[in-house]
Design a protein around this ligand. Structure first.
Ligand SMILES: C[S@@+](CC[C@H](N)C(=O)[O-])C[C@H]1O[C@@H](n2cnc3c(N)ncnc32)[C@H](O)[C@@H]1O
Length: 470
């Protein structure tokens, strides 16, 4: 009976709020306010604690399911069909540095005439764009036609002066965690490409192809290059700079310390070596290196990225880099793996960039270089089914399902939606994908790796799958 379901959902919401109240009052802090700008204080840090994450996930899943149950079905369909408008409007705010300009205006906010004069955009349209966002709790309209930042919009704030940003577009994200850059990437090229998903699926050639140059990006931008070479084209200079920072932003989608729980790093001795394959500028490795001062790490990537990484580490963590405890190495993931004495091959958000046949090549290269004791750690979203998982994969140690009391969806619905959104991003960009645990176990097996356990920090589909040579 539906009223009974509504009551169950209300019960989950009540219980979750009580859990938050108990946690936050024990720690003498209040839950972060939606109206105040984001700051990484004790209240915000507490959001990484497993009991807080679990309560927030249950609240998110139950509230969204409750809303979808009671609203007129057509309104849910209408809002979904218009979701691209939200993305497009968010892009406008991000491009014109609205969060920075409004930060400078303080809590009283700034009139739309001021924001329009600063950005050069037409005030009537810009006001409607900001109001649409404020209606979705991104910015707030503090008085008619006066807008200010709130906790969500301030996440876009790079902390740099708005005037300076208008003439330094490629430096906008230098030194930032990359959240704004990720929003820019998603609401620009990925948003455009997403409009062509249907055309790609029904294209006589692309529809059945898993080539990395048969993607919605290829359709949308009328290019026959695959994503990474296309991004490096001279006309994409700003997008290329933004993408580099956007990768850093991917560390914001789960608990800040999740990587520390992804493997028993403490079991490694100073003689052990971690090879971070396609490690980018090494954000996850930096967390490991800070938490485990004797960990030895080699971070591998493409030449340009390795140069960025060396600069970043010598500025941010020179103690680890200058002593050689952490080093960089240029290496193509599709070429021969030169490290044959690795204790751990760490592969974070690499396989999701590639379709199966390419992911298999990467895993086989690592397998050829592995010693009998080498472990492989695959860190990626492990996509849950939207129903209970009765596959053999669910029996793997550590692979317990998410905690989803009835009548919540088994995958926690809205609380897990980032994983499914990212899956479509991977399709649009590279013909890659997020995979189920069963899919990963099978792929690893084809490359002669035996999956032995899964680590998850909290109720989050992002997982760390540990495998050993077969
Ligand atoms: C999604 S990022 C992940 C970076 C890092 N592992 C992390 O989790 O932050 C993918 C990385 O793969 C690298 N990459 C792409 N193609 C590569 C190749 N052929 N050889 C080596 N690295 C490559 C990119 O430069 C990028 O740094």
């Amino acid at each position: 009976m539906t009223i009974q379901s509504l009551k169950l959902l209300r019960g989950i919401i009540d219980d979750s709020i009580s859990q938050l109240e108990a946690y936050y009052s024990t720690h003498s802090v209040d839950f972060p306010s939606l109206d105040a700008p984001y700051t990484l204080d004790a209240a915000e840090l507490a959001r990484s604690q497993p009991e807080v994450v679990q309560a927030v996930n249950a609240l998110t899943a139950a509230s969204y399911q409750l809303m979808t149950t009671v609203r007129a079905p057509f309104l849910t369909l209408f809002d979904t069909a218009c979701a691209h408008q939200l993305s497009a409007c968010l892009r406008v705010a991000e491009e014109i540095n609205a969060a920075e300009f409004l930060r400078e205006g303080g809590p009283a906010g700034r009139h739309i005439r001021e924001i329009a004069a600063y950005s050069g955009l037409e005030p009537n349209r810009l006001g409607r764009i900001l109001r649409l966002l404020a209606t979705h709790h991104i910015f707030q309209e503090v008085k008619p036609d006066v807008f200010a930042n709130n906790r969500i919009s301030s996440y876009l704030d790079t902390g740099k002066p708005s005037g300076w940003l208008s003439t330094h577009r490629t430096e906008k994200y230098d030194g930032t965690p990359g959240g704004g850059a990720l929003v820019g990437h998603l609401s620009d090229e990925v948003c455009k490409a997403s409009s062509y998903i249907y055309e790609t699926l029904t294209d006589p050639v692309m529809g059945q192809s898993f080539s990395t140059s048969h993607t919605p990006i290829n359709q949308a931008f009328k290019t026959d290059k695959s994503f990474f070479p296309w991004l490096e084209e001279p006309f994409n200079k700003e997008r290329f700079a933004r993408y580099g920072a956007a990768i850093r932003g991917t560390s914001l989608w789960n608990s800040l310390d999740a990587v520390l729980y992804g493997y028993d790093w403490a079991s490694l001795t100073p003689d052990d070596l971690i090879v971070d394959v396609g490690g980018g500028t090494g954000m996850p490795s930096m967390q490991i290196a800070r938490a485990f001062p004797s960990a030895r790490i080699v971070i591998q990537d493409r030449p340009e990225v390795v140069e960025q990484g060396k600069r970043y580490w010598s500025e941010v963590f020179p103690e680890a880099y200058n002593t050689g405890r952490v080093s960089f190495q240029v290496n193509d993931i599709f070429g021969q793996q030169p490290q044959t004495k690795a204790s751990v091959f760490f592969v974070r958000t690499i396989l999701h960039d590639w379709p199966d046949h390419e992911a298999l090549k990467i895993l086989l290269n690592l397998r050829h270089a592995a010693a009998p004791t080498t472990k492989l750690v695959i860190a990626d979203y492990m996509i849950p089914y939207a129903c209970p998982d009765d596959s053999d994969a669910a029996l793997l140690p550590g692979a317990k399902g998410l905690i989803a009391p009835p009548p919540l969806l088994a995958n926690l619905g809205k609380a897990s939606s980032t994983a499914y959104g990212l899956d479509m991003v991977m399709f649009c960009n590279c013909n890659g994908q997020e995979r189920t645990l069963a899919h990963f176990i099978d792929l690893a097996k084809q490359a002669h790796w035996r999956a032995i356990r899964l680590h998850r920090r909290d109720d989050n589909p992002f997982g760390f799958l540990v495998a050993e040579p077969m």
